[in-house]
Design a protein around this ligand. Structure first.
Ligand SMILES: [Mg+2]
Length: 184
């Protein structure tokens, strides 16, 4: 199968990395932020957010920790003959060179992949073009759009995107089992 995978909050804990940096940048109470769990939409609406992203996105992208077990599971899927295609909406407005930033992170962390696509605003179109069989992403918007094209989706659970009716997973081990179930 061709498996499309998102990066932020799907293979990495990006949100959890960003929140403490938001607290520092805006001089806010970290405990309160962690408690309130502001959505990305709310964070983007903060004043000077462009300044924050210019200063901090590269750092966040390079230090965000991987989710548990992801390297092992992706290696197993690759060994079983699946193709792994990362599709991320990280773009040239937020990163100097989004491809290089992602490529360096993936290789540094020994994550197997066959292709990396950045600047992906319309993931559904890209999935059709790349003949994707399974799409894994934390975003409700992207999962719904891809699902509408008839492609199977798995939505990685995140702290605030939890009220859609999409197929959900919370761990990479679960992703692995779902992939196995697709053959039965
Ligand atoms: Mg994401």
């Amino acid at each position: 199968m061709n498996i499309a995978i998102d990066i932020d909050d799907t293979i990495t804990n990006t949100y959890e990395t960003m929140v403490p940096m938001i607290a520092l940048f805006y001089d806010k109470d970290l405990n309160k932020l962690l408690h309130n769990k502001p959505s990305y939409k709310e964070l983007y609406a903060l004043p000077r957010f462009k300044e924050f992203s210019d200063q901090c996105y590269e750092t966040i992208a390079s230090i965000a920790p991987l989710k548990n077990g992801v390297v092992d599971i992706l290696q197993r899927l690759k060994n079983e003959g699946h193709k792994i295609i990362f599709i991320t909406s990280r773009n040239n407005q937020e990163f100097k060179n989004p491809y290089q930033t992602c490529y360096d992170y993936l290789t540094k962390n020994q994550i197997p992949f066959d292709k990396l696509i950045v600047n992906a605003s319309n993931k559904a179109e890209i999935c059709l073009k790349e003949h994707i069989d399974l799409f894994i992403d934390d975003s409700t918007k992207h999962c719904q759009a891809v699902s509408k094209k008839g492609i199977t989706t798995l939505q990685f659970n995140s702290v605030f995107e939890n009220n859609s009716k999409l197929n959900k997973v919370t761990t990479w081990e679960e992703v692995y089992h779902q992939v196995q179930n697709m053959y039965i």
